[in-house]
Design a protein around this ligand. Structure first.
Ligand code: ATR
Length: 277
């Protein structure tokens, strides 16, 4: 059951369009309840035409914090007062914190991915890593991965977009390069699918999985067990789906809003049961 709303309840939530599919309310409301915090998390369907109004409402209604999802993650940037370094590199915000009327934009995806790896006792340090995809998700994780991997290569269907990301990353790390073709898949310790291939059940794998070797680490940022993960698992690879990243990006947002350590187990269980539904 939902905790009761009081006169002091702090409001958080998510702006998206559509927003019905979001798993975040279940995760955050379970966490607020478990810690006895007088907060609640609400989905807000915000049509792109009203994004500016919705952001102004964060101040006028004194909302405490907001997650931002498709299609607003990029467009919201110009409407905020301050943008955190990672969000600025990614060009997308997924979390807004309202600090006494000042709206600060963060992107917790990349750090969420690193936390998820650590939880699986995986470090990117010293590894040769390939990321497939060069959109927002790829930008957020590559920003962190380039900082301690041995090498980081980016491959994308649209070469020009990958090249742009590689050039941006090369401003912060010298170990980043463009992957021109993915036939050398066996040379990487870790391969990450950051494309949207796999969202639909009949999507193919983003590369030929017969080339994989036992013990390679295969991550998919999509939060279900995709064809890629099933095939890689059959080849003896260690596979990780995107649900951990989803959990951790939420836990990091929770911490930004409440200043409290998020209850991992509670949030994971809430997420798991809403993924099943
Ligand atoms: P996100 O924010 O989730 O990263 P995005 O910015 O739209 O979403 O990026 C989607 C990524 O999936 C891109 O790398 C895209 O490749 P292109 O830059 O060539 O469009 C990739 N992608 C989407 N559909 C794909 C497909 N059918 N095959 C290969 N890559 C695909």
């Amino acid at each position: 059951m939902q905790a009761p709303i009081t006169g002091k309840t702090k409001i958080t939530g998510i702006f998206g369009y559509p927003v019905e599919h979001t798993l975040s309310p279940a995760m955050h409301n379970a966490a607020f309840k478990a810690l006895g915090l007088d907060y609640c998390y609400v989905p807000f369907q915000v049509h792109p035409e009203y994004l500016r109004d919705a952001v102004r409402a964060i101040r006028s209604l004194n909302l405490c914090g907001i997650n931002v999802t498709v299609p607003h993650k990029e467009n919201v940037i110009s409407l905020l007062d301050e943008i955190h370094e990672e969000a600025s590199f990614v060009g997308a915000v997924n979390t807004i914190v309202n600090r006494h009327g000042k709206l600060i934009g963060y992107n917790t995806d990349g750090k969420g991915f690193i936390k998820m790896l650590a939880e699986n006792r995986i470090s990117s340090a010293g590894k040769n890593i390939l990321i497939i995809g060069a959109g927002g998700a790829s930008r957020s994780i590559s920003y962190y991965l380039c900082q301690d991997s041995k090498t980081l290569q980016i491959y994308n269907r649209t070469r020009k977009r990958a090249l742009k990301l590689v050039r941006d990353l090369q401003r912060i790390c010298s170990n980043v390069s463009l992957c021109e073709n993915i036939s050398q898949i066996k040379d990487f310790h870790m391969i990450i699918n950051a494309t949207s291939l796999g969202l639909k059940n009949d999507d193919p794998s983003p590369f030929d999985t017969s080339l994989l070797k036992k013990n390679q680490i295969i991550c998919d940022l999509i939060y279900k067990r995709t064809r890629l993960l099933k095939e890689a698992s059959r080849k003896g690879c260690k596979v990780i789906d995107g649900s951990g990243m989803l959990l951790w990006q939420g836990m990091l947002a929770f911490e930004l809003w409440t200043g409290k350590r998020p209850p991992a187990k509670v949030m994971r269980n809430a997420l798991k049961s809403s993924i099943k539904k």
